[in-house]
Design a protein around this ligand. Structure first.
Ligand SMILES: Cc1cc2nc3c(=O)[nH]c(=O)nc-3n(C[C@H](O)[C@H](O)[C@H](O)COP(=O)(O)OP(=O)(O)OC[C@H]3O[C@@H](n4cnc5c(N)ncnc54)[C@H](O)[C@@H]3O)c2cc1C
Length: 380
């Protein structure tokens, strides 16, 4: 029987980054993915790196979001250097466009909220916003500039990360599903992988929206898929430097000239169909924000599944018995939270003090709140 210090279920950004971090700390690591690593949410994502909360429920995520954004430049340098694969990291800031008639009053509230959370934000006029981003609609009333935010090409980053983990000594196994946690009494001894037991001191569940399907992990990782549809455009006439947001959409420029538009938010199980309504919603909102995109060429359309937890917060840390750790539930912020997740899981495994307080993300909170029972209808 094969034996490791740590085995990881799932080779998306989260599993890949944990594999890299653990291998760099001299652990014998094996990562198992049911398919080719990096073909699920980490492939489908938009790659925006923004710790700004989208709603009040996300405010408790701001400290780890800020910590992760701060780790990004060094993380990117390390991953690119180890793998030789560039990741399309762009630290050009993001710009939130306001269209309502009350935009000026809203602006003050938004900027005050950001600053209160320690996030850099500047109120700018419609004219200033259009000078920075000429593609923005003339209907714009005002804007908020968040100069420290960034984006990354998540597909390239996943590829780069898996290569870097491999280069650092982690074994990467494609087409090997983790079927069950191998538990005896109060200890996790490893996992059942593709019908065989694999022994490990530490087992980490990082299978994104699929984590709850792994037998024995569901109670600690009660995630469900939240589908998002995206469209990629090419438009020579549109020069977009920063990530642009409206209430309805975001536009993310890539270094190769593509502009990504997204995303819908749907709870429809594991279905990844690109629908007419999804395409309409994305294109209508994209053209409202940047009318020049009406002439863009549609290059690609796709959908992916965000790992959504009952309280929409990440699930990080030790599960109820020795040797089992969970790293999932990153929902809409998994790309942002990749470096800090890997750092925290490594710190927890090595019994070091976590660099950011992560107690509120404990996998045990669902048992305490009876939430696991509430969502027992999740497909497993
Ligand atoms: C449309 C969309 C837009 C998004 N935009 C952003 C954004 O702008 N910024 C941001 O920060 N986040 C964004 N997200 C969220 C982010 O993409 C996710 O939170 C993140 O990618 C989750 O990474 P992961 O590694 O946990 O999961 P995944 O990338 O889904 O990886 C899970 C892996 O586990 C594997 N797997 C499944 N079952 C098993 C099993 N039984 N055994 C072994 N392996 C298994 C899968 O094959 C897969 O490779 C977006 C998501 C979507 C869908």
């Amino acid at each position: 029987m094969k034996s490791y210090d740590a085995i990881i279920a799932g080779g998306g950004l989260i599993g890949g980054a944990i594999a890299l971090e653990l291998a760099r700390n001299d652990l014998r690591v094996a990562l198992f993915d049911s398919q080719e690593p990096g073909r699920e949410a980490s492939w489908a994502s938009a790659g925006i790196l923004s710790p700004a909360p989208e709603n009040p429920a996300m405010i408790s995520m701001v400290p780890i979001g800020k910590a992760s954004l701060a780790l990004y430049p060094a993380f990117i340098s390390q991953v690119e250097e180890l793998s030789g694969i560039e990741t399309g990291y762009r630290d050009k800031g993001t710009l939130e466009a306001l269209f309502s008639r009350h935009a000026r009053e809203e602006l003050n509230t938004i900027v005050a909220l950001h600053r209160g959370l320690g996030l850099a934000a500047e109120a700018i006029s419609a004219k200033e916003a259009r000078e920075l981003e000429p593609a923005l609609s003339e209907e714009l009333e005002a804007a908020v500039l968040r100069p420290n935010e960034a984006s990354v090409d998540n597909r390239l980053l996943t590829k780069s990360l898996i290569a870097a983990a491999k280069r650092s000594g982690a074994e990467i196994h494609a087409g090997k599903p983790v079927q069950a946690v191998w538990r005896e009494a109060s200890r996790c001894l490893g996992a059942v992988v593709n019908g065989e037991k694999v022994s490990a001191k530490h087992t980490i569940i990082a299978a994104g929206a699929f984590s709850s399907q792994i037998v024995g992990a569901g109670d600690y990782a009660p995630v469900r898929p939240a589908k998002g549809q995206m469209i990629s455009l090419r438009c020579e006439a549109a020069r977009i430097e920063r990530v642009l947001w409206s209430e309805r959409i975001y536009l993310v420029p890539r270094n190769d000239g593509r502009i990504l538009c997204g995303a819908t938010l749907e709870h429809v199980g594991f279905d990844k169909t690109v629908t007419a309504a999804g395409i309409l919603a994305n294109l209508d909102a994209a053209i409202q924000l940047a009318p020049v995109l009406a002439g863009a060429r549609v290059e690609e359309q796709w959908a992916g599944l965000r790992p959504d937890s009952p309280d929409h917060l990440p699930i990080l840390g030790p599960a109820g018995f020795d040797g089992l750790h969970i790293a999932t539930g990153h929902y809409r912020s998994g790309v942002l939270l990749t470096p800090i997740t890997a750092k925290l899981i490594c710190e927890l495994l090595l019994e070091a003090t976590p660099s950011v307080d992560c107690e509120k993300f404990s996998p045990l909170r669902f048992q305490q709140a009876g939430e696991a029972a509430r969502i027992s209808g999740v497909p497993r």
